[in-house]
Design a protein around this ligand. Sequence first.
Ligand code: ATP
Length: 240
Amino acid sequence: MSGTRPLLEVRNLRVAYGGIQAVRGIDLTVGAGELVCLIGANGAGKSSTLKAIAGLLPVTRESVRFDGEPVGGMRAFELVRRGLSLVPEGRGVFPQLSVGENLAMGAYVRTDRESIAADLARVFELLPRLRERRNQSAGTLSGGEQQMLAIARALMSRPRLLLLDEPSMGLAPLVVARIFEIVVEVARQGVTILVVEQNARLALQVCHSGYVLESGAVSLHGAAAALLDNDAVRRAYLGE
Ligand code: ATP
């Protein structure tokens, strides 16, 4: 939104499930290096928007541009290969596989073995708890650790854009705070991030800008500080 080059441009994005219009023509832009949130009530269409961008739901080609190229409707693995990764709601780690094996799965689109090893070392530096548990099966991790693993696994694909769907889901406040510290650190290291979050206050406190979704449409967008100050946002999403 600021002066940076747009990395993600969404124009008139529509998602329907049979007769239900879940996303009704959304426009949004995420600049390279930005940390942007998408907030809104249950059922507003946040997850559908992320899934559509990530190639998991059918959309028109021109409705999603990644780094200037139309990629709408491209398959998810092709988008991962181009540098666009989704961390899904509910994390989606493979519970029977070890932490190390889950991380190896994250790099499946890559063939550059040496830099994969270097990235693994970087991920373990960011999340030392995962290093300690690298041989443990993912299903035995705590909820917070599983969320860390899901983020780490996505980082192993070397994303330029990371889409995060409700990273705070089901986690205790202290754990949520830690997860958001990690999100901020990942952004600081240069990964552009679009995060869907129920906890609007926390999201707006850490993000540069935000979009508010209502019934499948953008009702407001702007700098996060301005949204935190907006009366309608405060009443509807910050419980004031
Ligand atoms: P939440 O925070 O509860 O996940 P959300 O803002 O992410 O909500 P979506 O999950 O995108 O919202 O849902 C938007 C609308 O689409 C809702 O009305 C929902 O019931 C509907 N919907 C979502 N997934 C499907 C599906 N697979 N089939 C039919 N309808 C769906």
